[in-house]
Design a protein around this ligand. Sequence first.
Ligand code: PSU
Ligand code: MN
Length: 302
Amino acid sequence: MTIDLHFSPEVSDARARGLPIVALESTIITHGMPWPQNVETARDVETVIRGNGAVPATIAVLDGRLHIGLTDGELDALGQAKDVAKLSRADLAACMATGGTGATTVAATMIAAHLAGIHVFATGGIGGVHRGADTSFDISADLQELAKTPVTVVGAGAKAILDLPKTLEVLETLGVPVIAYGQADFPAFWSRSSGLPAPLSMDNPADIAKAMVLRGEMGLEGGQLVANPIPEADEIPSSMINPVIEEALAAATADGIAAKSVTPYLLDRIYHATDGASLVANIALVKNNARLAARIASEFSA
Ligand code: PSU
Ligand code: MN
């Protein structure tokens, strides 16, 4: 049995013409941002990709069917739907088997992109090792996926709510290349620098595409993480965001938040605590990642 992928007309056409395609996740729409900014951002990000010579493919499961590319109407409906499942590697097939509707995380989007022959994927920031993971064991499945599935993921580092040193350690153990774009430091989502050096650094989309191709030729499984710093004009300095993160983490513990709910809870809490400034920065960095991903995808096609 082959999987019945449901391509949008735009993505179908791009495949037929051999155009570069950039995958986009949908959890950021359903669990990462409030309505209506979520839908507006999803549209704007697609526009940025088109403006940079590639075709966007937002990925989600709608009524059990794995969609590669959403129409405007589908995007709108998903952005307003209540109780959409958050799908990682563990949940994807179960949601499809039961005819459910779900948004794909970084892990699940990588799986779907690979099935669809898409090499590049843009997001905000990947999941990673949560602070307190030594007792909670909360480590995002995104990290394992990067070790397994050959897709280049462009994010603004890992979300600063995480334990970034431990996240980098796990990525190293898993053999995932972590490539800072245009600087030496690993970025921290809302801020340009985490204060930690990135293991690798590149300045050129062509080199990033070439490294991925070489990995494939050598039989190295897995993808790579491109850590693209938020534009200077949009960043929130870590001195400003860190106390807010600390407060949100304390609230999550007090409220007994665990598992899949942790990331959405923290993002929402930080959004309110910063009067929406965290969302403005989040939107800016996603667009910036989309731009770079489109350029990398074009290099893959070249
Ligand atoms: N990046 C964002 N906002 C998000 C996410 C990433 O800017 O909402 C989502 C992604 O889908 C990522 C997920 O895969 O959070 C990680 O969740 P968890 O920590 O439960 O694995
Ligand atoms: Mn988790």
